[in-house]
Design a protein around this ligand. Structure first.
Ligand code: NAP
Length: 289
């Protein structure tokens, strides 16, 4: 058990709800605001933002903190919560956790005086999130591809966190997996692990695939590479905006390309909530705060 009694969970989607429930089941008191329109598990305290924060040393804000309207990302709130100096002032003296802190910092100078910690920047967060991301990508592939994953020719572009998890899952389902990387070290690992390897810069020279998963956050699948490698393939771009696929070119070439973002929260909110909770616990336990 870690040294906390009360935790405030302010806003968020189903991930934060799952996280709040999990924190409660660990034996802590959980005060929430921003979930007025949805029923929460018995024991979770619904209150106002100011009261929730005043009761707690630790405050957990959502990922991302801000919605497109620059208000708190709180789809279950009964009214918009403005993120301004007043909101930041509540946080004096608290340990505040959030995802994508950069945007929050730009909303008020007060954040410079607040103990603010970004769980989305932690390595274990990114590694663990690779699992629901890879599962979500496969779910999309199963839905969009008319064949089975078993026996399909899959290309995974990039051998980072998501690439590593994804190629293992695909192989487990019986796909013929080719993985791209730019480092010789990664190509060696890809071969040792039994996948076909290809240099990322050579993707456009290779045979056709049935399903292409891009994890590289750089424009890899431009019109030339799409024309050479994609053919009848379905292209699923997992890389964060602006992504790695030229969607206009894909449309022109009549290639089915799908941008698949924010998968952990969409496909596995419970797991995604646990990942946030465990990351925050790690940060507290490491005593960096
Ligand atoms: P990662 O571990 O950093 O892996 C990225 C891979 O791309 C590495 O193999 C890297 O190679 C390669 N790469 C990067 N820039 C390249 C370039 N210019 N040319 C060739 N290769 C390049 O990242 P990750 O955690 O797997 O995440 C991948 C992307 O998915 C990120 O954009 C991340 O934000 C996003 N993401 C999406 C979701 C979703 O739901 N869709 C969820 C989580 C994350 P090197 O090792 O050689 O640099």
């Amino acid at each position: 058990m870690i040294d906390i009694d009360n935790v405030a969970v302010i806003g968020g989607d189903k991930r934060q709800i799952a996280m709040a429930e999990s924190i409660l089941s660990d034996g802590y008191n959980v005060y929430t605001s921003g979930f007025e329109t949805i029923e929460l598990k018995k024991g979770i305290i619904k209150t106002t933002t100011s009261e929730a924060i005043s009761k707690c040393k630790y405050v957990i804000l959502p990922l991302p903190v801000l919605g497109k309207d620059l208000c708190l990302n709180a789809p279950y709130a009964d009214e918009k919560v403005k993120i301004d100096d007043n909101f930041a002032r509540y946080m004096y003296g608290k340990k505040v956790f959030c995802g994508m802190a950069g945007k929050l910092m730009s909303t008020s100078n007060i954040w410079n005086d607040i103990n603010l910690y970004d769980y989305s920047k932690r390595e274990e967060f990114a590694i663990n999130n690779a699992v629901p991301t890879a599962e979500g990508a496969i779910e999309i592939a199963m839905h969009e591809y008319s064949g089975t994953i078993n026996g399909s020719r899959c290309l995974v572009a990039g051998f980072g966190r998501i690439g590593k998890v994804l190629c293992r899952m695909l192989e487990g389902m019986g796909a013929k997996v080719t993985v791209s990387a730019r480092k010789t070290k990664d190509l060696a690992w890809i071969n040792v692990l039994g996948y076909n390897s290809i240099l990322t810069s050579k993707i456009g020279c290779k045979n056709r695939y049935d399903i292409i998963f891009n994890t590289i956050p750089s424009m890899i699948f431009d019109s030339h590479t799409l024309a050479k490698s994609a053919g009848d393939a379905i292209v699923i771009d997992l890389a964060s905006s602006p992504g790695g696929v030229d969607f206009k070119a894909a449309k022109r070439l009549k290639i089915k390309a799908i941008s698949a973002l924010s998968l952990p929260g969409k496909v596995a909110p419970k797991a995604a909530g646990e990942i946030i909770k465990n990351t925050v616990y790690n940060m507290i336990e490491e005593g960096q705060l």
